[in-house]
Structure formats: C-alpha cells, structure tokens
Design a binder for this molecule. Sequence first.
Ligand code: NDP
Length: 261
Amino acid sequence: MTSTYTMTSPDLTNKTILVTGAGDGIGKAAAMAYARQQAQVILLGRTQEKLEAVYDAIMAEGLPEPIIHPLDLATAIQDDYNALGEAITSQFGKLDGLLHNASILGGTSPIQYYPAENWDKVIQVNVNAVFKLTRATLAALQAAEDARILLTSSSVGRQGRAYWGAYAVSKFATEGFMQVLADELGNTSNVRVNTINPGATRTSMRRAAYPAEDPATLPTPESLMPAYLYLMAPQSQHLHGEAIEIRELLARINNDVASAN
Ligand code: NDP
C-alpha cells in the first residue's frame, strides 16, 4: 500500500493530541488542523463556549470526535492536572502530542511599575501550568510510540525587550523548561520536546499588544499550520531540544514540497 503521507498533510490517525488554549487564535487553528489529519483532539481552554464552537466545527467536517476539557490555568491545581493525565491514560493508554499554546500577555509596563498581581498571573498561566500539565501527562506521553511536546515561545523569549515584563520572562522560562526536559529525556527518548516561536500572527493577543497595527498585514493562524502539523508528525522525529523559528521551518517545508513536485 502506498503512503499518502506528505509534509503538509501527515496522517495523524489514531493519535491523541492535547491542545491548550484550543478555543481561539493559534490553538484553535492547530486543533482544527490536527483533527483534519484524523487526530483525536483534546480541547483544553478556559471558555467553554469557545471550546464548544471548535467541537462543533470539527464534528461538522465529519472528523474524529474531540474531547472538551474546560480548565482555567490561572486557578487549576496539580490535582486537576493529575486527574486529566489519569483520564487520558485510562481512556487512550497514551498521549501522542501535547501542544502548550495557551498564554496571557499580562499587559506591557516598565518593570518598576509592573503590577505584581499581573506578574503572578502571567507566571502562573504561562509557566507553572506548563510544568504541572507536563508533569501530569508525561507518563501517558512516554507510553506512546512517538510523542511530541511542543511549547510556544515568542521572540521576546529569545531576546528580552523593554516593557514586555512577565510575558517575556515567562517565554524565557518556556525555553529553559524545554531545554531541561529535553536533556532529561535524552536523544533516544520517544518523547521529543521543542519550542516554537510563531511570530507575529493575526490573533486577539497580537491585537492587544499592538492595537494600532492593521491585522490584515499579519499572517493568519491557519497559514502557520504546515509547521504545527510537521512538528506533530513522524517526520520531525529528529528534532529534539530545539528552539524553532516558524518562518525558517515554513520556508524549509515549502522548499521540500516544491522539490517533491
Ligand atoms: P490568543 O489570545 O488568541 O489565544 C490564547 C488562548 O489561550 C485562548 O484560547 C485563551 O482562552 C487561552 N487561555 C488564556 N488564558 C487561559 C487560562 N487561564 N486557562 C486556559 N486557557 C487560557 O493568543 P494567540 O493565539 O495569539 O497565542 C497563542 C500562543 O502563541 C501563545 O503562547 C502566545 O504567547 C504565542 N505567540 C503569539 C504571537 C502572536 O502574534 N499572536 C506571537 C508570539 C507568540 P480564551 O479564548 O478563553 O481567553
């Protein structure tokens, strides 16, 4: 039987992929993209109606039925994450992909005036929740044949910038978390861990950060999906412990697709 697998349309049949922040923006596009490649998606987010709208869109296309898991990462405790990890293990026996996508901006301000409560909330959602969810699902990821943890970074997580406060620091922590975990798992692990910087993208977070910008000038979340698919697909097995720039990866994928035609 010939494989229909390509760089931009990997076969994700029988794979279970958990996406945080799946109700909007990049996370919503990723959940739809994985489902379109036949993955069963676990939609985690804080706004139930948004998750239900993604559920409905997936079902309307006749794709594998997703699971909705409403959870507020700002208030969730380790027990909540453990319960999710245990439910995944008992229902599927494994987890093939974990996309840490949910984040909050927390506002921009000089450090001297940065509201302490905003700081705590950003670190809670963008860093502590990532640790707790990873900790709770790692056994399920290790039970999969070929699993991925993909963490979402930002350009301000690779080079600090004035006024980006806790958000920038949280993205540096994301890079650090990825490096520590990748090193612990080692190069022969079946769980591959990387970060991706999606770059400026047409979402509500970007609008909040740059209110004067014309959104029409920005790439849509959907246009990033070849990279998000590739990073969950068997073809990205060689990538581990890498800080990935989406523009470079998309250019590589486009080149490979062009030379294959
Ligand atoms: P959006 O704000 O559009 O979407 C973020 C998602 O995260 C929403 O679904 C939101 O839920 C969810 N979320 C936020 N807080 C919580 C919480 N406490 N508990 C559960 N879910 C929560 O962001 P983007 O799509 O733009 O961003 C996605 C990722 O990409 C983020 O990690 C961001 O840092 C990163 N990024 C984005 C860039 C851009 O230009 N857009 C640039 C660089 C990085 P709800 O809708 O219910 O609020």
